[in-house]
Design a protein around this ligand. Structure first.
Ligand code: NAP
Length: 299
């Protein structure tokens, strides 16, 4: 496949680049500085240059708190940016792959996973801006995959959020800090390396549309943290707390687990969130040992 990858140096983008290259795809990677999805001209030029079969975009403004105060920017990037990609991909005859979020749901379900047929009902500007992006893509092209995912963590760390949740927890534990994590928000943390593999396999099915793609299973942020520490062999001062104990300008869904039934029907599977953590920790350890070897070697 010939792929134009947007947001190529982000958390998910980094793993997508690895997966596409390992599979022998021809990839034209673009960072935010090289291509801003708000610019139709930049997108058109990149399409003309790369002539891709598929455009994969991880681009998003997803600092959830900041979206509440920079609403216009959130809608520009997550809504209009997605529309620009859809319109121009349609004109160029390319398939568009775009990522959306569990935050399109506000939490009207409490214990059964949301399906692709469930009506989005966001409770934040971020969630609403991502719903707009989803609708505009469907309005402007038929040849698309919109992949809703959840709680991403990957070895590159999220460039938009500055690191990822696992790294934040490991740093706090290493510093001996008392760690308080909510146990009343239920989700499915998802390893970007797994999401990248399934993204490629989903493209190969040719079955366009909206898909929920997260790891299997569910947990609270507290359970997730506890299991990360267990797998890493760390004893930390970890306490479960309620969302109401933290002040935030943003409302977050209490339950945002996504059903993978449609993904399974397409013949694809994701590993469980518990299975992914040891693999993430192993990849992290390997990266750190390579970095240490590099430092030692340069002396
Ligand atoms: N992280 C999560 O927990 C989570 C959960 C659900 C869904 N998602 C969705 O998954 C996707 C990937 O997330 P991620 O964790 O990989 O985030 P990330 O590391 O922040 O990656 C996003 C990439 O998009 C780039 N970007 C931002 N604004 C752009 C723009 N206007 N034009 C072009 N590129 C732009 C960023 O570059 P700069 O950093 O240089 O600006 C970055 O390379 C996003 O669509 C996000 O909404 C994420």
């Amino acid at each position: 496949m010939k792929i134009l990858l947007i947001g190529a140096n982000g958390q998910l983008g980094t793993d997508l680049l690895k997966v596409f290259r390992a599979a022998g795809d021809t990839v034209a990677p673009f960072t935010h500085v090289q291509l801003d999805v708000r610019s139709e001209e930049r997108i058109a030029n990149a399409l003309a240059e790369a002539r891709p079969d598929v455009v994969v975009s991880t681009a998003a403004f997803h600092r959830v708190e900041e979206c509440e105060t920079r609403q216009a920017h959130a809608f520009q990037v997550n809504g209009i940016g997605a529309m620009n990609l859809a319109r121009l991909c349609k004109r160029a005859g390319a398939t568009l792959v775009h990522y959306s979020t569990d935050y399109v749901f506000g939490g009207y379900k409490r214990s059964t996973p949301y399906t692709e047929e469930d009506l989005p009902a966001p409770i934040s500007v971020y969630g609403a801006s991502k719903v707009l992006g989803e609708h505009l893509i469907a309005a402007y092209t038929d040849s698309y995959f919109v992949i809703r995912t959840c709680g991403l963590y990957g070895i590159a760390g999220s460039s938009g959020k500055g690191g990822n949740f696992v790294e934040t927890m490991l740093k706090k534990a290493a510093a001996g800090e008392a760690i308080r994590v909510v146990d009343d928000q239920i989700l499915t943390p998802t390893y970007t390396a797994d999401l990248a593999v399934v993204t490629r396999n989903l493209i190969l099915t040719g079955k366009f549309g909206l898909y929920h793609v997260t790891s299997e299973g569910q947990c609270s942020w507290y359970e997730f943290t506890r299991y990360v520490f267990e797998c890493a062999g760390i004893k930390a001062k970890l306490t479960p707390v309620k969302t109401s104990e933290f002040y935030s300008d943003v409302k977050r869904p209490a339950y945002s687990v996504l059903s993978k039934a449609k993904l399974r029907k397409a013949g694809l599977l994701m590993a469980s969130w518990k299975d992914a953590i040891p693999r993430y920790l192993a990849e992290r350890a390997q990266k750190m040992s390579v970095e240490t070897a590099g430092l030692t070697g340069s002396r």
